[in-house]
Design a protein around this ligand. Sequence first.
Ligand code: SF4
Length: 163
Amino acid sequence: MTSQEIKSNILTTTVESAINWSRKNSLWPMPFGTACCGIEMMAALAARTDIARFGAEAIRFSPRQSDLLLVAGRITIKMMPVLTRIYEQMPEPKWVISMGACASSGGVFDTYSVIQGVDQFIPVDVYVPGCPPRPEGVLDGLMKLQDLVERERLSDYSVSTPV
Ligand code: SF4
């Protein structure tokens, strides 16, 4: 084998890059749809939009098997503990997409019973604007999340030993 053949047949990378590449292309969403945004979320998951192209078609309804929480719709004060519990049951690493105005800010429901943004209780990585966002907007948010996952450092998840 010539040196040119060797060069064209060897791929070098880092463990971090390989792990991030596999994570970003195999996100397992946990859908949490509560209102009209939930309908658009279903459309985003259906064949026309084909979220499988982004490796995120393995929808799980068990938080323990998911790494992407997709919050779609308004969240009431009574519902927030449920959402928080689901988030806490998801194993690390995990990410959150807030889909639509209601999930991100309460939207037009500026009332005592509606959470004015789920990021007051759980960390949100990507916000998808709209009322409701179109399925293409959800895909755009997913691609933005993939960019974030690609740039993550494994050290962000390391557990430091107390001295
Ligand atoms: S953002 Fe609009 S479409 Fe989405 S849940 Fe709120 S009112 Fe419904």
